[in-house]
Design a protein around this ligand. Structure first.
Ligand code: CMC
Length: 428
């Protein structure tokens, strides 16, 4: 028997069906609520609202569990690569050796931008934030594939590969442009993450040294960002996709949503915060007091999460990787010491404990990226590159769902009631 939930609205009993997920979580299906009762639900920020069912990623925020397609994030981080994980996230299963090699070939075949795209870069001022360039250029890709517009599932694999592959080329080109450096084209012989670093840091006629430990560390960062169920940017991608917009337009909207400092932009904001604390000569105590008394409307960036109320499993993996990378490079970073001190104080402080605020994925990732040589304003771009498979998988899920409807929330109107127009000369 399907479970249901009985509620009473305006003294009227209602029975609503419930959906039980594969991990036992229960969602009350309110799709008939307005028809039955005349009322709607109100949930600003959607903390209690499920917008879809999805088979891609499972999170249990209370237990600190994150799984892509059933595989635990820690196991994938240890044993997989970003590209293999991207395949898993998009297509639902780990690839066979053949599938992986076909997928890699497709990425390589699609890594070059249309030469016409190069001219778009010229239009951006040198001060343009790379996230602005990234969203604009991903959207511009639609212009080179007009057959894609409003078509469901037209050569999906090809366009998905193009997006995963080219986001990295666009990202590297935007960095080169901002620094007045000539564009470096991708090489067919290099794997995904190594190729990205090559496009970022090589010079014409002089290839950069690709340190395996740094390539691995960045690949891990991409993998850890590959999907995260219905976060702000993914929900945006699904929203745009629900209108049947094309894949590139939907992903471009995802980049815009990711940019904000409460979401993907937090990795840049964390480093800016740590630098500020360092320059102030503070060990973190003064800054945390300011956060807690809310006088300056400051937040401890890289802390807190809508879903994780215990710990973010990605933060633990990244913190360990952070120590490892600095050790391998025989480097120290005063910002890492400040970050550890902030964490140490915060996890024992009632303000953070009572609000269940713990380090999230962005707290330590910036320190690794800094060690790799990625500039600060490119941090959120790294998040976007990593999140691309998740956006693509969610786009695919929307397009393949025969019951999918355009996403169109309702509202409770709180404005003025009907009134008559006052001519301009009669207004006070
Ligand atoms: N520092 C200080 N106080 C905080 C923080 C923080 N980082 N995060 C939340 N709070 C407080 C907040 O002031 C509020 O306090 P009170 O109850 O006294 O009003 C309470 O905790 C609940 O906060 P909220 O804003 O209602 O929580 P939310 O679930 O809407 O926000 C969040 C989640 C991630 C936006 C928030 O924790 C935050 O702003 N964190 C800092 C930015 C950040 O690191 N973002 C990256 C998130 S992980 C990567 C991603 O997926 O985007």
């Amino acid at each position: 028997m399907n479970p249901s939930v009985k509620i009473i609205i305006n003294d009227q009993p209602l029975e609503l069906p419930a959906i039980v997920g594969s991990e036992g979580e229960v969602g009350i299906d309110i799709s008939s609520l307005r028809d039955q009762s005349g009322s709607i639900t109100l949930d600003p920020g959607y903390g209690n609202t499920g917008a879809c069912t999805s088979a891609i990623t499972f999170i249990d925020g209370e237990k600190g569990i994150l799984r892509y397609r059933g595989y635990d994030i820690a196991e994938l981080a240890q044993k997989s690569t970003f590209i293999e994980t991207a395949y898993l996230v998009i297509y639902g299963e780990l690839p066979t050796p053949n599938q992986l090699s076909e997928f890699s070939d497709l990425l390589t075949e699609n890594q070059m931008l249309h030469e016409g795209m190069r001219f778009h870069f010229e239009g951006f001022p040198p001060t343009a934030h790379p996230m602005a360039i990234l969203s604009a250029m991903i959207n511009a890709t639609s212009a080179y594939h007009p057959n894609l517009i409003n078509k469901r599932e037209q050569r999906f694999s090809y366009h998905a590969a193009r997006l995963i592959s080219q986001v990295r080329t666009i990202a590297a080109f935007s960095y080169r442009k901002a620094h007045g450096l000539p564009a470096i084209y991708p090489k067919t012989t290099l794997k995904y993450t190594a190729n990205f670093l090559h496009m970022m840091f090589s010079h014409p006629g002089e290839d950069c040294e690709l340190k395996p430990e740094l390539v691995k560390a960045l690949d891990l960062i991409f993998l850890l960002h590959a999907d995260h169920e219905q976060n702000c940017s993914t929900a945006t991608v699904r929203m745009v996709a629900s209108s049947r917009a094309n894949l590139f337009a939907s992903a471009s909207a995802g980049v815009c949503a990711l940019w904000g400092p409460l979401h993907g932009g937090a990795n840049q904001a964390v480093l800016e915060m740590l630098e500020e604390i360092h320059q102030d000569g503070d060990d973190g105590t003064k800054f945390l007091n300011e956060v807690k008394n809310k006088s300056g409307h400051r937040r401890l960036m890289g802390f807190g999460h809508r879903v994780y109320k215990n710990f973010d499993p990605r933060a633990i993996i990244i913190k360990n990787q952070c120590d490892k990378v600095l050790e391998q490079l025989h480097k120290t970073d005063p910002l890492l010491d400040i970050a550890k001190k902030l964490e140490e104080i915060a996890i024992h402080d009632d303000y953070f404990i009572s609000r269940k605020l713990y380090p999230n994925v962005d707290f330590y990732s910036g320190i690794i990226m800094r060690a790799i040589g990625i500039p600060l304003d490119m941090f959120t771009v790294m998040f976007a590159i990593g999140r691309m498979p998740g956006w693509i998988a969610n786009y695919k899920e929307v397009m393949e769902d025969s019951n999918s409807r355009i996403a169109r929330p309702r509202q409770i109107y709180t404005g003025p009631n009907i009134r008559s127009y006052t001519p301009l000369d009669a207004r006070p």
